[in-house]
Design a protein around this ligand. Structure first.
Ligand SMILES: Nc1nc2c(ncn2[C@@H]2O[C@H](COP(=O)(O)OP(=O)(O)OP(=O)(O)O)[C@@H](O)[C@H]2O)c(=O)[nH]1
Ligand SMILES: [Zn+2]
Length: 335
């Protein structure tokens, strides 16, 4: 036996592929690591709730690398997991994700690269005000593409139904088979309406809210999770933006089970990588038509031999919607 310079029984000489250097005694043993979920990321600190309920704060093991942990991630933590004040645990592993919602990095970050906003979420709630601010279908379309790409179910939530008629928007999206819900506030009583249906849709799931500043995301979260205490109606008169400048998502546990995640400050999705065939998966009724497409067909209206052109009347509308979403990937518009 080779002399390893130690008599620690845990050190064994393994003549591995990498040569003769022994794995040393500092190789950590994570057998007693605990599992938890990330609810918030703030300046290098990860707010994790352990499976059994204790909220703790953790840092990340260096080998995990930059941007490797997102809100929603299930992680393994070691070290001080007591959750006591001023204690820090350490995240050593990120468990495999079931979904990833991405945004495009903003200026100052590595431009053009993509960052994970939320991991493991099942539903994307696209929050759109019917007025103040005016709805923008370009934004909704881009959110839909992001949801389909992430493997999440999109749900359109139309807020401020007390201020404008939802019919034109409903019409616009009628052939996407989307779940559309609407909420409103009663002007005289201040009572919120429509939140129960939203609660039913998200209960027991991990759901994410996206939407422009001022559409009513905080109002909705407070209605769903009263103890969240989100500040509402704070829009900067100069910039016209809400108070959120950070782009970190934050999760809240719902009393009926499940997690609702707000995404303050997220203004764009990474869509450049979304392939036409990937998006087509969200339109299963068109797959058969596309089977006749030439290899590598982009399914755009300009493709001379795209099988989608053979659609009959009713399906043709679906093709139109699909192609509109295809286009939305390239629009420069944020969101
Ligand atoms: N009339 C009406 N006003 C609403 C409704 N929902 C929210 N509001 C108001 O719209 C304003 C903005 O709502 P917030 O909940 O702060 O919007 P937000 O999306 O969280 O905005 P940021 O925090 O900037 O991201 C507030 O003054 C709310 O009271 C609604 O259904 N009807
Ligand atoms: Zn095609």
């Amino acid at each position: 036996m080779r002399d390893t310079g130690t008599d620690d029984p845990r050190v064994r000489v393994r003549p591995g592929r990498r040569g003769s250097r022994p794995r040393t005694k500092i190789r950590p043993d994570f057998e007693d690591a605990l599992t938890g979920r990330v609810f918030r990321v703030d300046r290098g600190r990860y707010h994790v709730t352990l499976v059994e309920g204790t909220p703790i704060v953790a840092v990340k093991a260096r080998e995990l690398g930059r941007g490797s942990i997102a809100v929603g991630d299930l992680v393994k933590v070691v070290g001080d997991t007591s959750g006591r004040r001023d204690t820090l645990a350490r995240i050593v592993t990120v468990l495999p994700r079931t979904s990833t919602l991405r945004r495009t990095a903003e200026e100052g970050e590595a431009a053009g690269t993509e960052r994970v906003i939320v991991a493991n979420a099942e539903k994307l709630l696209i929050i759109t005000a019917l007025a103040q601010p005016e709805p923008r279908t370009g934004m909704i379309d881009r959110c839909l593409v992001a949801a389909y790409d992430a493997g999440m179910e999109p749900i359109l939530v139309l807020t401020k139904a007390d201020l404008a008629d939802p019919a034109p928007l409903l019409d616009h999206y009628s052939n996407l088979n989307l779940t559309v819900l609407s909420t409103s506030i009663d002007e005289t009583t201040g009572q919120t309406h429509g939140v129960d249906a939203v609660a039913d849709a998200v209960s027991g799931t991990i759901s994410v809210l996206v939407g422009h500043s001022g559409v009513g995301k905080s109002t909705l979260i407070n209605a769903l999770v009263p103890e969240a205490g989100r500040a509402t109606g704070v829009v900067n008169a100069v910039t016209g933006r809400g108070r959120h400048t950070s782009s970190s998502a934050i999760g809240f546990t719902m009393s009926g089970g499940g997690i609702i995640i707000d995404t303050p400050g997220v203004r764009s999705f990474g869509l450049a990588h979304v392939a036409p065939d990937m998006l087509l998966e969200a339109f299963p009724d068109l797959l058969e038509l596309a089977a006749d497409c030439p290899r590598g067909c982009s399914h755009a209206a300009t493709e001379p031999e795209c099988g989608l052109d053979g659609a009959s009347d009713q399906t043709a509308e679906r093709v139109e919607s699909f192609r509109r979403l295809l286009e939305a990937r390239h629009s420069a518009e944020q969101f």
